[in-house]
Design a protein around this ligand. Structure first.
Ligand code: ADP
Ligand code: ZN
Length: 608
C-alpha cells in the first residue's frame, strides 16, 4: 500500500480525501478490523463501499469483493486506481492472458482489492487460489441477490455460504440497499451470517425530491419536466415495455435531447455500448426498462423519471435511488393514471405465480398504489415502509411543497359503485363513466343501459374527475379488476359499507403535474447565479472531461461535481487549500492539483 494508513480515519483522510466518517461507517470498519462479520443495510449513496475498502487496506492481504455486475466492477476498479490503490477485477469480459495476470498478482499479494463475479469466484480454480492467497476479507455486494423474494435473485449467490465453510477465519461483510425484514433474514440464513453484527443505516435520501403526478400526455409532460428542471443533465427514464422504451428515446431525440434506449431485447453489444456512453458522457438520458440500473453507480444522475409505475415500493425506491448519489439535489419524478393501475393489477392476477407469491405481490402493489395517492409527506411514508422514521414532514416532496387537496367523494363513489353494479360488473371504467355522464352510443343502447336507473346520474363531474374516482376506488380496493374479462370492474366486499352509506370517503384532488414552486425551479440542476461562477464551473468541467478522455474513464472518476462546485465557491490558490476540499485525497492532489489550480488562477486574473 502506497500510503500511511495507520488508522481508519487517517486512511479516509489521506486516501479518500474525506474529513470524517459518515453514519455507521466507523463502527462497521471497526467490526471488520476486529475480525467479525457484518451485514450492512444502507441506502444507495450511503457510502457502503468505504466500509469494506478501508478494512481491506488495513488488514493484511487482498479484499475480495463479490459483485454481480461487470460495469460496476470496472467502474469501482477505475475509481480505486485513481486513488492510487492496487485494484483489479475478474469476470467474463476479461481475455485469458489478462485473467492470468490478475491471478498472478493476487497470489503474489500485490492487490489491495479484487472484484470477482460470483460465477467466477465459485469455480474450483478460483477457490483454490483463494486458499493459496492471503485474503483480508470477503465483501458480498448487492447481497439481496440471495433472496428469492427480491427482484434480483441470482442462483450463484446461494452458494456463497461456502466462503464461510472454507474460510472461516476470514471476516465477511454483506451489503445491500434494499432489504425489508424478510430479505434481511434470508440474507443472514443463506450466507451463514448468524454471527454478523447488523448495521442498519437510515434509509433517507434527503437530497432526492419525490413528485408524483397524474398522466395526461406522459411524453409531453416528461419533456416539459426535463426542459424546466434538467436541461443538460444526466437522467434515467423508466418504462415498462421495450417498445415504449424505443419510442420514448426516439421521441426525446427528435426534440433535441440526447437519449439512448436500453432494454433486454437489444444485443449485449448495444446495451454495453449505451451503458458505457451513459457513464462516460455528460448530460445523457437513458430510457430503459428495469433491465438497466443495477450496478449503475454514476454519482451525478440528476433525475429518475417513471413513465410507468413500478410494481413495488422496493423497486421504486431502488430505481429512484440511482439519482443523486453524490448528495447534490436530484429529482424522482413520476406520472401515472388509471390504465397503469389496471395493467399492474392484471399483471399480478394473471401471472403464473402460486397463490402465496400472488399474495405477496398484491400486497406490494397495494403499498405502491397507496403511495401514489398519498396526500401527506411521501418521504415519511416511504421511510416508514422500510422500518425507518422521520419525525417531521420532509419539506422536499411534492405534497410538502404544495399540499395536496382532498374532497368528500362519498356520494360520487356510491354513484360509481352503483353504476358498476347495475351494468352487470362486466365493463371497464371508460364505459361506466359514459353511463354516469349519460352518453348514449350504439353499444349503450344495445345493452339497454340507457334505461338503467344510474344512467346519467353523474353529470356534476367531468370525465377526467370520474376516471380519477375510479382509479382511486381501484387503488383502494373498493373495485377489483377482472383481468380475464379485459379489465372489467367488479365490486369487492370492501365496497359494501360505502354503498350502504356507512362509510365516508375522501379522495385526492388530481393535479396534472405538480411543478416545483417557482423559487425552486431548476433546483435539480447545478447552476450558479453568478455568471463568472458558471463560466469557471464549465471550464473546470472541460478540464475534467479532457483528463477523463485521456484516461478513458468517466469524468466523475477524476473528480465529482461536488468537488468542482467547492472549487468554484472556495477558489483555492494553494495545494493546502485545495486539499481541504472533500473528495481530494493525496493522490488526486498530486495528479491533478496543478492543472486545476492553474485554471482557477487564470479565471481569477481574467475577472480581475
Ligand atoms: P453506496 O455504495 O452506499 O451506494 P458509495 O460507497 O458509492 O455509496 O458512496 C456514495 C458517495 O458518498 C461516494 O461518492 C463516496 O465517495 C461518498 N462518501 C462515502 N463516504 C463518505 C464520507 N465519509 N465523507 C464524504 N463522502 C463520502
Ligand atoms: Zn415530504
Amino acid at each position: 500500500m502506497p500510503v500511511d494508513a495507520s488508522s481508519p480515519l487517517k486512511t479516509l483522510q489521506t486516501v479518500f480525501g474525506y474529513e470524517r466518517f459518515r453514519g455507521l461507517q466507523a463502527e462497521i470498519i471497526g467490526q471488520l478490523l476486529s475480525g467479525g462479520d457484518a451485514l450492512v443495510l444502507m441506502p444507495t449513496g450511503g457510502g457502503k463501499s468505504l466500509c469494506y475498502q478501508i478494512p481491506a487496506l488495513l488488514r493484511p492481504g487482498t479484499g475480495v469483493v463479490v459483485s454481480p455486475l461487470i460495469a460496476l466492477m470496472e467502474d469501482q476498479v477505475g475509481a480505486l486506481r485513481q486513488l492510487g490503490l492496487k485494484a483489479a477485477f475478474l469476470n467474463s469480459s476479461l481475455a485469458y492472458p489478462a485473467q492470468r495476470e490478475v491471478e498472478t498478482r493476487f497470489l503474489a499479494g500485490e492487490l489491495d482489492l479484487l472484484y470477482v463475479a460470483p460465477e467466477r469466484l465459485l469455480t474450483e480454480r478460483f477457490l483454490s487460489s483463494l486458499e493459496r492467497a492471503q485474503v483480508a476479507l470477503f465483501a458480498i455486494d448487492e447481497a439481496h441477490c440471495v433472496s428469492q423474494w427480491g427482484h434480483d435473485f441470482r442462483a450463484d449467490y446461494w452458494q456463497l455460504s461456502l466462503l464461510h465453510q472454507r474460510f472461516p477465519a476470514v471476516p465477511r461483510i454483506a451489503l445491500t440497499a434494499t432489504a425489508d425484514e424478510r430479505t434481511r433474514r434470508e440474507i443472514i440464513e443463506r450466507l451463514g451470517l448468524d454471527e454478523a453484527r447488523v448495521f442498519l443505516g437510515g434509509f433517507d435520501r434527503p437530497n432526492i425530491r419525490y413528485a408524483i403526478g397524474q398522466k395526461s400526455n406522459a411524453r409531453q409532460q416528461l419533456l416539459e419536466f426535463i426542459r424546466r428542471e434538467h436541461e443538460g443533465d444526466a437522467g434515467i427514464v423508466y418504462c415498462l415495455s421495450r417498445k415504449k422504451v424505443e419510442e420514448t428515446a426516439a421521441w426525446l431525440c427528435s426534440k433535441g435531447l440526447k437519449a439512448l434506449p436500453y432494454h433486454a431485447g437489444l444485443s449485449a453489444e448495444t446495451r454495453q455500448h449505451n451503458q458505457r456512453r451513459f457513464l462516460l458522457e455528460e448530460g445523457l438520458i437513458v430510457v430503459a426498462t428495469i433491465a438497466f440500473g443495477m450496478g449503475i453507480d454514476k454519482p451525478n444522475v440528476r433525475f429518475v423519471a417513471h413513465l410507468d409505475l413500478p410494481k413495488s415500493l422496493e423497486a421504486y425506491y431502488q430505481e429512484t435511488g440511482r439519482a443523486g448519489r453524490d448528495g447534490l439535489p436530484a429529482n424522482a419524478w413520476m406520472v401515472y393514471g388509471l390504465q397503469d393501475v389496471i395493467t399492474l393489477r392484471s399483471m399480478v392476477e394473471s401471472s403464473d405465480a402460486d397463490e402465496l407469491h400472488k399474495r405477496v405481490e398484491r400486497h406490494k402493489l397495494d403499498a405502491m398504489l397507496g403511495f401514489c395517492e398519498l396526500t401527506s409527506c411521501r418521504r415519511q411514508t416511504l421511510l416508514q415502509y422500510f422500518g425507518d422514521t422521520l419525525e417531521q414532514p420532509c419539506g422536499n416532496c411534492d405534497n410538502c411543497l404544495s399540499p395536496a387537496q382532498t374532497w368528500d367523494a362519498t356520494e360520487a363513489a356510491r354513484k360509481a359503485l352503483s353504476c358498476v353494479y347495475r351494468s352487470g360488473q362486466r365493463f371497464g371504467a371508460h364505459y361506466v363513466v359514459d353511463l354516469l355522464l349519460g352518453k348514449t352510443s350504439e353499444r349503450v343502447r344495445g345493452f339497454g343501459h340507457d334505461r338503467l336507473s344510474t344512467f346519467g346520474i353523474g353529470r356534476e363531474l367531468g370525465d377526467k374527475q370520474w376516471l380519477s374516482v375510479f382509479r382511486q376506488l381501484v387503488t383502494q380496493g373498493f373495485l377489483v379488476v377482472d383481468w380475464e374479462a379485459h379489465g372489467a370492474l367488479r365490486l369487492s366486499p370492501a365496497s359494501r359499507p360505502l354503498l350502504k352509506g356507512e362509510q365516508t370517503l375522501f379522495l385526492r384532488k388530481d393535479q396534472e403535474t405538480k411543478a416545483a414552486p417557482a423559487r425552486d425551479a431548476r433546483r435539480g440542476a447545478i447552476r450558479f447565479s453568478d455568471p463568472d461562477d458558471e463560466k469557471l464551473f464549465q471550464a473546470l468541467r472541460g478540464l475534467r472531461r479532457q483528463l477523463a478522455d485521456e484516461q478513458e474513464v468517466p469524468p466523475y472518476v477524476i473528480l465529482h461535481d461536488a468537488v468542482l462546485i467547492e472549487m468554484v465557491e472556495r477558489r483555492p490558490e494553494t495545494h493546502v487549500q485545495l486539499a481541504r476540499i472533500p473528495g481530494i485525497g493525496e493522490r488526486k492532489l498530486a495528479l491533478y492539483g496543478d492543472d486545476f489550480l492553474a485554471l482557477i488562477r487564470e479565471y481569477e486574473e481574467a475577472e480581475g
